[in-house]
Write a protein that binds this ligand. Sequence first.
Ligand SMILES: [Zn+2]
Length: 300
Amino acid sequence: MYSIEIIDLKFQQAEKTIASFLIRGKGKPVLVETGPHSTWDELKGSLGRLGIKPSDLGAVLLTHIHFDHAGAAWEFAKEGVKVYLHPMGLPHLANPERLWKSAAKIYGDDQMDQLWGPMETIDESLLVPLDDGKTITIGDLTFTAIHSPGHAIHHIAWKLGEVIFTGDVGGVKIDNGPVVPPCPPPDINIEAWKSSIKKILDQHPKKLYLTHFGQIDNPEEHLSQLVKMLDDWANWMKVQFDNDRNPAEITPDFMHYTSQQMKSQGASKDLQSLYEYANPSWMSVSGLMRYWKLKSEGRI
Ligand SMILES: [Zn+2]
């Protein structure tokens, strides 16, 4: 038996935007997701309150290497804890400079520290790549790596018994808000994403754990809503792409569109702003526009 603790990292002082998961079985505890480095003190404090030091962990599992999921992984590696991830993500954490620069291009240099904090190199001996379907066992906990591209090519959903930690491929849902797909550049691929969702459904999970945010008790319904919203957003963006509009013009319209969607599902203004922290609209505009561009060029 094991327990799963949802740790709220209180990203940008907002609750329920980014989670990290502590799993305790009979052996050493395991952490799924580290969050960004900007919430490291929050994470370390929460682990401390649970009686755990970073060096006590048996493993850190990452769903993918985006900053909001993996930015603090190097702190655990510094303590000798191994970090498990997708083979395509490994070089980026061994050598984070390029990742940092490409993020700075998206967010702006001045925003990087406040949003994400520093990212240091992880020694390759502590980075363990897992192929699709491979497992890692820590004590009595066995996790299976489900390669699941669509949101990011280096994405893994981690299966533990009847639950799956879905990272971002399982979408974003906060409280009673709608299920939405986070679509940042550069890897968005709608077809691949839908295949990954099918792959997750084929495992018949009883529960999902979303990094943004928390436990989902109705995986089938949740994922079918995600597919619908993925198509809806992609189709909306296709019209903008076909009309040759630029992202700066599209973003306010997209925000208006999604805010109407949220309102119609009963989401309050406050809840909408949490969604914006977890999954900024301008980023989805940029990611989906890139998807349609690459598709129109026959590159995906
Ligand atoms: Zn994310």
